[in-house]
Design a binder for this molecule. Structure first.
Ligand code: AMP
Length: 545
């Protein structure tokens, strides 16, 4: 083979912040801090301070490949750690603080974290946990001397003091791009969490895909609100892709309630916001309750929704009340996470809003780099007809091949990873998730999509949230049970709900019963916790069952 004669420069995460500091030095990073006030800095500041972080870690004796953990909200110091830790060759391990303390303990010990950086909010958590984190040599609270907490955490260091002693005169080391850069554990609902170990190369390639027009279409003209947390799949890669494209980043810190998010959107003239449906539900409820006029007050143009399915009713609300286009996206921790993005094609230009919303309900088309297929239970490929639903398999350079410190590869003979999702793909390549494979409702040998039923139910004006699970049935094996949280002060009966659904879903999909609850259980990443729900309703008898 004749080798090409192009420069062999490694794709390193440090190159992203170097680019931003050179080409977008005054690009702003706005953070709502744990201490309270809004903090403003630039990509140039982040570059300098992340170098100070790298120097400080070197002085602490952190070696390349060692893990350095964070328990932190979205903010500028967290971003400095993204670049400082990975840039010096260590591995940034972002821990989800919403996990149970036992899971955090398991994860930190499994990862053998050497140092742990944390936000002020997590002082009580670490007071309880610190003694059980056997590999951790030091705890660094991400604040300044004035806000240093009185606490019992052993060997406590102060972030600002730690980096203040460093010059920032530092040349990023150059090394193999396949080196590990960061680590994120999946929040599986069963068994122990599993570590997904990203590389510099996978992270940089993923950023390119995120920036692309048919990805998230990022550029320096955009002000992006990262509601999606930096402790969950690297905030969908935005701290990297943002630096690559010079996006002005707005970080909400710990304040994710509807009012705080809305106020930040308004005050910072946010044009693009990214988050999971549960946080948008809180935002929409706030807008309703406070009687706001988002279209008049906000500059929001696009909302990226992923992590769970974006119901049509939510996309419609953003479109009509905010004047914002919902970009539905799908991915997973094992995929860095972006797999598909729902952008429109030229042929959709003349579509009515109704027709367009039907497309936006789909999770979208694969970005370049993600090779996607659906197969039946025997592994045979299914047609791309928009109707045949099968197991969704993926492969590509930012998709996991194995879990950290776990047995062997997770790929099949053709190099595909089974996402655990069930989906259809249509002739234009739009993929639609119908379920998690363990959540599909198997009724008389046919599959009923719990997601489709939930999305139909949530369109009812009195419904705040909906979940559908399969309940045992003597004749059909399983039948759908719809579980509803009503909006405050709203009336809704079982009969009215079923009547609303009739005509909106196939007759044989209609739930056999409707249960009303005060709230639904969620996982640490804001998804419906179906396992818990099935446990809660395990003795439930459907009418006629
Ligand atoms: P996680 O690894 O925690 O990010 O979870 C990944 C899983 O979330 C996927 O395998 C899907 O089951 C689900 N998911 C992510 N995005 C979407 C979406 N847009 N619609 C439906 N499910 C989604």
């Amino acid at each position: 083979m004749l080798k090409g004669l192009m420069q062999d420069r490694p794709l390193l995460i440090s190159s992203l912040i170097e680019h931003a500091a050179t080409c977008h030095p005054r690009g702003e990073i706005v953070s709502r801090t744990s201490e309270g006030p809004i903090h403003r800095c630039t990509y140039a500041d982040i570059q300098r301070r992340s170098k100070q972080v790298a120097q400080a870690l070197t002085a602490l004796g952190v070696q390349p490949g060692e893990r350095v953990a964070t328990l932190a909200w979205n903010g500028y110091r967290h971003m400095e750690l993204y670049y400082g830790v990975s840039g010096m060759g260590a591995v940034l391990h972002t821990i989800n603080p919403r996990l149970f303390p036992e899971q955090i303990e398991y994860i930190a010990n499994h990862a053998e974290d050497q140092y742990l950086f944390f936000d002020l909010s997590f002082v009580p958590l670490l007071e309880r946990l610190a003694g059980r984190l056997s590999s951790v040599r030091g705890f660094i609270v991400m604040t300044d001397r004035a806000h240093l907490p009185e606490c019992s955490i052993p060997g406590l260091l102060c972030y600002e003091d730690l980096i203040a002693g460093q010059t920032g005169e530092y040349a990023w080391p150059q090394f193999d791009e396949t080196a590990a850069s960061s680590l994120c554990y999946t929040s599986g609902t069963t068994g122990n969490p599993k570590g997904v170990l990203y590389s510099h190369r996978s992270s940089v390639l993923h950023s390119w895909a995120a920036c692309a027009v048919d990805g998230l279409a990022l550029g320096a003209g955009e002000t992006a609100l990262l509601v999606v947390p930096m402790f969950h799949v690297n905030a969908w890669g935005m701290p990297y892709a943002g630096a690559m494209s010079g996006v002005r980043l707005v970080m909400p810190g710990p304040a994710l309630d509807g009012k705080s998010v809305y106020d930040l959107m308004r005050d910072e003239k946010v044009t693009l916001a990214l988050g999971v449906p549960t946080v948008w539900l809180m935002l929409l409820q706030h807008v309703d309750a406070a009687g706001l006029e988002p279209k008049e007050e906000l500059c929001l143009r696009r909302v990226v929704i992923g992590g769970s399915s974006a119901p049509r009713a939510m996309s419609e609300c953003f479109e009509t009340r905010f004047g914002a286009f919902v970009v539905h996206a799908w991915g997973m921790t094992e995929m860095s996470p972006v797999g598909t993005v729902c952008n429109l094609l030229p042929k959709h230009a003349g579509c009515s809003l109704e027709q367009r919303l039907a497309i936006q309900e789909k999770q979208g088309r694969a970005v370049y780099g993600v090779d996607m297929t659906i197969v039946d239970d025997d592994g045979a490929p299914l047609p791309r007809d928009g109707r045949s639903a099968g197991h969704l398999l993926v492969r590509g350079p930012w998709i996991a091949s194995a879990y950290f410190r776990d047995e062997g590869s997770v790929l099949d003979a053709d190099g595909f990873f089974d996402t655990g999702d069930v989906a259809t793909i249509d002739a234009d390549g739009y993929m639609q998730i119908t379920d998690r494979s363990k959540d599909v409702i198997k009724s008389g040998g046919e599959w009923i999509s719990s997601i489709a039923l939930e999305n139909a139910a949530i369109a009812h004006p009195a419904v705040a949230e909906a979940a559908v699970i399969g309940a045992p049935h003597p004749k059909w094996q399983e039948r759908p049970l719809l579980i509803i949280v009503r909006k405050p002060a709203q009336e809704l009966t079982r009969e009215a709900m079923l009547q609303f659904l009739a005509g909106r879903v196939a007759a044989w999909w209609l739930p056999d019963d409707v249960a009303f609850v005060e709230e639904l259980p969620h996982t640490a990443t804001g998804k419906l916790h179906k396992l818990k729900l099935r446990e809660r309703f395990k003795d439930y008898r459907l009418p006629g069952a």
